[in-house]
Ligand binder design. Structure first.
Ligand SMILES: NC(=O)c1ccc[n+]([C@@H]2O[C@H](COP(=O)([O-])OP(=O)(O)OC[C@H]3O[C@@H](n4cnc5c(N)ncnc54)[C@H](OP(=O)(O)O)[C@@H]3O)[C@@H](O)[C@H]2O)c1
Length: 275
């Protein structure tokens, strides 16, 4: 893995995080390339991270073993089509992190014989705490699977899914998931302020509580249901709050919300694949 050359097309937020993660996990900056339409961004990446820059996407594709497509989803079709002739001269692995662009579209633009890993990361990757779902097409070798997994693991955890359709569920759960937790934090903060706490105090308490709850859940072998029961004493304060959530059918509402995100993920893939 450490000897493989990794190239990023698009040097924005996600590429920055992945490059930082790779370097922090021991990958040599000398083995990393980036190309971007913005020359200033390229110069700053070269200065700050000591990585290589390529003047064009074609030059990058010709140089590296794996190309990570890190441009906005609407630009993926054009970027691949513009460099198809160069891709055709290589056996590169293509890793796409673009939300909503499926394997069928990527193969249609790149070629049916190409090795493609499609990833669905989430925003916490920006703080090296991401959760990524990955799917490999039938052309990907075991070595290329390891390579893709290692790249994504540099910014958090990585989980392979066998059927690509599961990535729509990953999108609805962990892709959009950070926003669900922010919504709950926002609602808790509003309630805390109504009870007389300052915004600052409420925010600090809620952020630390979210972190603590996530840490306990991660470190414990018990399910979230068991953990909740453990902190819900009969006749206590928590029980009153949980009863209120149940009366409003919070569980049913979360199920409906995640189903709606799942449906939208399927629709978006159709829209983005039409190019
Ligand atoms: N950010 C996240 O948390 C997150 C989470 C999950 C998935 N993703 C996926 O990650 C991908 C990148 O997202 P991002 O947030 O990193 O986007 P971003 O910050 O906008 O970065 C994309 C970069 O690509 C550059 N670019 C545009 N056209 C190009 C071209 N033809 N050739 C080379 N570079 C080009 C852009 O330059 P300009 O700014 O000059 O256009 C920009 O620097 C997206 O597909 C997104 O769906 C992101």
């Amino acid at each position: 893995m450490k000897t493989k050359k990794i190239g990023f097309i698009g040097g924005g937020n996600m590429a920055n995080s992945l490059i930082s993660g790779l370097i922090a996990s021991g990958h040599s900056a000398q083995q990393i390339w980036v190309s971007d339409s913005d020359q200033e961004k390229l110069s700053s990446l070269a200065t700050n991270m000591h990585i290589n820059t390529s003047a064009t996407n074609d030059a990058l594709i010709a140089e590296v073993d794996v190309v990570v497509l890190a441009v906005k989803p609407q630009l993926i079709a054009a970027v691949i089509k513009n460099s198809k002739a160069t891709f055709d001269k290589t056996n590169n692995l293509l890793v796409s992190i673009a939300a909503g662009i499926n394997q069928e579209s990527l193969s249609k633009w790149l070629g049916e014989d190409k090795a493609i890993v499609r990833c669905m990361p989430n925003t916490p990757a920006l703080v090296q705490t991401g959760a990524t779902g990955l799917h490999a097409n039938q052309n990907v070798t075991d070595e290329q699977r390891d390579l893709a997994e290692n790249i994504m693991r540099s910014v958090g955890i990585s989980i392979w899914v066998e059927n690509e359709s599961e990535l729509d569920a990953v999108t609805a759960v962990s892709g959009s998931g950070p926003a669900y937790f922010f919504l709950l934090m926002e609602a808790m903060e509003k309630a805390a302020v109504e009870l007389g706490l300052t915004e600052h105090t409420a925010q600090l308490l809620i952020e630390q509580t979210a972190l603590g709850a996530a840490k306990i859940a991660l470190e414990s072998s018990e399910s979230p249901g068991e953990l909740r029961a453990r902190v819900t004493s009969p006749g206590g304060t928590t029980e009153q709050a949980i009863k209120t959530f149940d009366q409003g059918d919070l569980t049913g509402l979360v199920s409906k919300a995640i189903q709606a995100a799942h449906n939208r993920s399927i629709e978006l893939a159709k829209e983005l694949g039409e190019s």
